[in-house]
Design a protein around this ligand. Structure first.
Ligand code: SF4
Ligand code: SF4
Length: 443
């Protein structure tokens, strides 16, 4: 594939921790487990204050079809159940568990009995797995396609195209067998004809390891992709792997594709072979303010500050803390923000790296258009937003923006183009709701 076909940007990789095996941290004194760590309805709490829970015990069941169960990540006592402010700004209920330090596995943990498609989908749901690369869409909903003949291929996303983050990289090296076991489960129960493990070509060790593991399985192909951000974006990946374009408002399965994050696949296999659901997460801790960058395996609900402390703490005063990667991550205001299912990185930056940029006037260079992987016109979207023109924003297809940040990254005028698009989506949503109300009222 020629790079000429690819829109996007070349970002500094800074994969400083790729060569370091992930290290499991000791259990923290308390965990604060949000009951909404996925797209869809929050999970409903099934424990009470004072209950004793063990690792892997259900603490909240799915609150609807698009939802996911939540499990205790440490053994101990439920101390509080209270609302918390999530790192994205929304509030949800959270279960605070005081750890007894024992990490006792729940007695009923046992591999699920899988005999057919329905019992496989139930197992996927019970595993608590969601899009672990950060998308957090419940995997059971993604795989519940009813008619498996609709699936032309499953793409296993090992692109990990963001800077710094290497947790999927370590999954491919440290959990190779679980990735392959996950592929075999998908082949068997979804009757999949083709699985493509897609990896950016800046990870030759992962490509070699996965190729070696997949040798002899003619349904599994390991595909090296050109290194260009945002190669791992779902729509971008489908296009670059299959050439198929996802129409606006459609799902990958509407074009015959399913995309799963590589760590989601390994975690699903872990559940199906051991019965232990998703209770911990491997997180890349890095950035210019971190003393000992490393990949840390932490119980879900561990405070960010404690994970950073395990990585040696700060080597200078941190000026910016980000949950996620430098392109799509969200700045944090507190070190108390807990590790959630979708947390793949905690980055802390010193004053130099965190210095704010001052925007100047757009010089109409067109760079944002040239680099947008969705072929949008970010500078025009910004103009439409300034006029609060919802119809123009819709015509310019703001809904297709994947918030990758390529436009802002390369803008010589440092325009806050991604933030504007996020606000524009809210504007369009409110506008459509108002229009619907007026229409229903016959005005
Ligand atoms: S890249 Fe920046 S300066 Fe250039 S057209 Fe886009 S918004 Fe304007
Ligand atoms: S407009 Fe959206 S999709 Fe296009 S580069 Fe900017 S953030 Fe990415």
């Amino acid at each position: 594939m020629s790079l000429k076909n690819l829109n996007g940007v070349h970002i500094p990789h800074r994969k400083n921790t790729a060569g370091l095996q992930a290290v499991r941290m000791p259990p923290p004194a308390t965990v604060t487990i949000p009951l909404s760590m996925h797209i869809g309805r929050p999970a409903n709490c099934v424990v009470a204050v004072g209950d004793h829970v063990d690792v892997g015990q259900l603490i909240a069941e799915p609150g609807g079809f698009v939802s996911s169960p939540v499990y205790a990540s440490v053994s101990g006592k439920v101390k509080k159940i209270e609302p918390m402010l999530q790192f994205m700004g929304a509030t949800c209920q959270a279960v605070v568990i005081e750890s007894d330090g024992e990490m006792t596995p729940y007695a009923n943990i046992a591999p699920p009995e899988i005999t057919d498609y329905d019992s496989f989908i139930k197992a996927v749901r019970d595993s608590g797995v969601v899009g672990l690369g950060g998308a957090t869409f419940p995997t059971a909903v993604k795989l519940d396609v009813k008619d498996t003949s609709r699936i032309q291929e499953i793409i296993i996303n090992g692109a990990e195209c963001e800077g710094y983050i290497t947790s999927d990289h370590r999954t491919m090296l440290d959990r190779t067998d679980e990735v392959m076991e996950g592929c075999r489960l998908l082949e068997k129960w979804l009757d999949v004809k083709k699985i493509i493990i897609a990896i950016e070509d800046n990870k030759p060790d992962c490509i070699a390891r996965m190729k070696e593991a997949a040798a002899g399985d003619d349904k599994v192909e390991v595909r090296a992709l050109p290194c260009m951000y945002p190669q791992g974006g779902e729509k971008v990946l489908i296009y670059h792997v299959t050439g198929k374009i996802m129409p606006e408002g459609k799902l990958p399965i509407d074009v015959g594709s399913v995309v799963m994050n590589v760590t989601s696949v390994a975690t699903l296999a872990h559940y199906c072979t051991t019965g232990m659901p998703l209770v911990e997460k491997c997180i890349t801790v890095d950035g210019s303010a971190i003393k000992e960058p490393k990949n840390v395996i932490a119980p879900i609900g561990t405070a960010s500050g404690e994970v950073i402390e395990f990585a040696g703490g700060f080597k200078c005063e941190p000026k910016k803390l980000v949950q996620g990667g430098p392109m799509m991550g969200v700045a944090q205001y507190t070190l108390d923000a807990p590790v959630a299912k979708g947390t793949s990185a905690l980055l802390a930056f010193n004053e130099k790296d965190a210095r704010p940029v001052t925007p100047s006037a757009c010089i109409r260079c067109g760079g944002c258009i040239d680099h947008c992987p969705m072929k949008l016109m970010p500078c025009e979207l910004e103009r439409a937003y300034e006029k609060q023109d919802a119809e123009a924003l819709k015509a310019l297809k703001v809904g297709l923006c994947i918030e990758c940040g390529c436009c802002a990254f390369q803008c010589p005028a440092h325009r806050a183009l991604v933030q504007v698009n996020k606000l524009s989506k809210v504007l369009v949503r409110d506008y459509d709701a108002r229009m619907k109300t007026l229409k229903e009222a016959g005005k």
